[in-house]
Write a new protein. Structure first.
Length: 223
């Protein structure tokens, strides 16, 4: 399918564990639009670097490596250069490593065009940290989804427990706070709401309530 710079885009930004991923999938399914999980791209960069023994601070080597990545998304399957990375990119450790490579301007620049290419008819739901501020600044429906660090750690804890993984709530909260500080504090494309974003604090909301609020905003922007 072709890149369409006029296709509508809903941007959903926010910190890790805010429920952006689930919300973005629901919004995309409801609208019948494409989905961009931009966090997955930074996660792929981190995992690929680790498997090639490239230092996560080595910006030049990372940029060269990115040029050779063939990335294909098919539902929940993430294939990179013929390898299925679907599970490994989803771990908490990979999230922390992704946040480190994401602080490097060269890395962000190297995946910018790829992210923009996801804008296709009939529309795109873009999930990330800088979708509304940097990648799709012309979007007419920008959401910034927030929740307290404690609520996010608690949700993540339940998700991982349900998957049968052994996790520690205090460690999760620490990882979330560490990642927040780096994502919000970095010099390039820091995590922050766009000036024209609707900020939703989901701490006390159900996913259905959040979805309804977002759909109203999309209708306002694109009807
Ligand atoms: O959304 P996520 O947890 O999969 O993202 C993993 C990391 O990638 C996150 O800590 C920061 C980085 N990221 C980013 O800098 N910009 C984006 N648009 C998406 C993710």
């Amino acid at each position: 399918m072709q890149h369409d710079p006029l296709a509508p885009v809903v941007t959903i930004d926010g910190p890790g564990g805010s429920g952006k991923g689930t919300l973005s999938s629901l919004v995309a399914a409801k609208l019948g639009w494409h989905l961009l999980d931009s966090g997955a791209l930074y996660r792929i960069v981190a995992v690929s670097a680790q498997s090639q023994a490239i230092d996560l601070e080595d910006e030049n080597a990372l940029v060269v490596m990115i040029a050779d990545l063939q990335i294909a998304f098919a539902g929940d399957i993430v294939d990179v250069n013929g390898k299925d990375l679907s599970d490994i990119i989803r771990t908490e450790e990979t999230g922390v490593a992704a946040s480190r490579v994401a602080a490097l301007p060269g890395v962000r620049d190297a995946i910018l065009a790829l992210q923009k290419s996801f804008q296709r008819a009939p529309g795109l739901v873009a999930d990330g940290r800088d979708m509304g501020t940097v990648v799709f600044p012309h979007s007419k429906a920008k959401i910034f989804l927030d929740a307290s660090a404690e609520a996010r750690a608690d949700r993540r804890y339940k998700q991982l427990k349900n998957k049968g993984l052994s996790v520690n709530l205090r460690d999760l909260l620490e990882q979330i706070q560490e990642r927040d500080a780096r994502d919000r504090g970095r010099a390039v494309a820091p995590l922050k709401p766009a000036a024209d974003a609707l900020i939703i604090d989901s701490t006390q909301m159900t996913i259905e309530e959040v979805l309804e609020t977002v759909m109203t905003e999309v209708t306002k922007g694109y009807s």
